[in-house]
Design a protein around this ligand. Sequence first.
Ligand code: ADP
Ligand code: MG
Length: 350
Amino acid sequence: MSFLQLKNIEKFFGDHRAIKGVDLSIEKGEFIVFVGPSGCGKSTLLRLIAGLETIDGGNLLLDGKDITHAPSSKRDLAMVFQSYALYPHMTVAENMSFALKLAGEDKKVIKEKVEHAAEILNLTRYLERTPKALSGGQRQRVAIGRAIVRAPKVFLFDEPLSNLDAALRVQTRVEIAKLHRELGATTIYVTHDQVEAMTMADRVVVLRDGAIEQVGRPLELYDRPQNRFVAQFIGMPQMNMLPIGEFGSYAESLVRPLPVGGHIGVRPEHVTITNAGEGQLLATVDFVESLGAESLVYATTPHGVQVVSKQSVRSSVRAGDTVSLKFEQDWLHVFDADGQVVSNAKGVAK
Ligand SMILES: Nc1ncnc2c1ncn2[C@@H]1O[C@H](COP(=O)(O)OP(=O)(O)O)[C@@H](O)[C@H]1O
Ligand SMILES: [Mg+2]
C-alpha cells in the first residue's frame, strides 16, 4: 500500500466543482510536483491534503490511516506557503521553535532541533535576527526550517519560490532538492512553472481544470505526452502543434488511418531549416532569437500556423525569408481530434 493515497477526491466551492475525482498514490520519500496553469486546482488539492479545506467526496489515507476528516493539527503534515507568514516580532530561532513550544516540547530538545535545522539551511548566523533583517531567500528558508523542526510525515509546499527573483529562485530550487535528498521526506510541491516541475520532481502530476491529465517521471511526460495539453504544457518553447491537413499527402506516410481533425506535434529541436525541396513545409520567418548557444527561429506557414525551430548552430536566416521546414520523422507525435495521443515519437529510446 502507498504512503499517501488519494481516492476519488472531490471538492466543491458552491456549485463550482474545483476538484473532480482525483486518484493518486504517493510512495514514501517521493518528491511529487503538482503543476498546471493558474486556477486548475493545485492549491485546493494541497489544502485538502493539509486539512485546510474539507473534502467533499472520496478518501485520503496517510500511512494506512484514513485522515479524510481528521483536523489539520492531527495529520502530521507541514505546509510552506508562498507568503512566508513569519512572525515579524520574533527572531528566526523563535519563529522556528514556535510550533514545538506550543506542543509543550522540552526546551533542550527544541534548541537542538532548531540548531540542526538552521545548520542544514545555512541560517546559524541569523538565528537572533528578526525577519525584516533578512533577504527574501533567507525568510523562505526560515519558513522551511519551521516545517523541518516538526519532522512531519509529509512536507507540503505551495509555490514557495514565487516571491523570489530569478537568480534566487534557481538557487533555492537547488537547495530544496538537496534538502529532499538529505532528509528523504515525502514531499508534495505545487508550482505553475514547468521548469521547477521538471528539475525537482521524482514524479510530476499535471493538473487541468480540477482533474489529472497525466502522472509520470519528468522525461516520461516530455517524451510520451498522452494528450495535446501535456505535450504543450511541458517543454519550452512549447511543442509545435500542426493540423494534419498542413502536411498534405506527406501525413499519410506517417500514420494510417489518419485521424480526421487531428494534429501532429513536434518539439522545436526536431524542426530544422533546410534548403527548398528538402523539407516538408514552406514558411516565412517572423523573427529569430539568437541566445548564443542556440537560436530560435519563428516562422509561419501559408495557413498561418506558427512553427518554432530550435538550432544549436547560429542561424543565418532573417525575418521575411522564405524557408523550408524539415520535421524529423522519428520525432513526430500524432494526436486525434479530441487531443488524445495516437502515437508518440518513435525516436524516444525505449
Ligand atoms: N475559497 C474558495 N472559494 C471559492 N472558489 C475557490 C476558493 N478557492 C479556490 N477557488 C476556485 O477553485 C479553483 C482552483 O483554485 P486554486 O486551487 O487556487 O488554483 P491554483 O492553485 O491551481 O491556481 C479556481 O477556479 C478558484 O477560483
Ligand atoms: Mg495556487
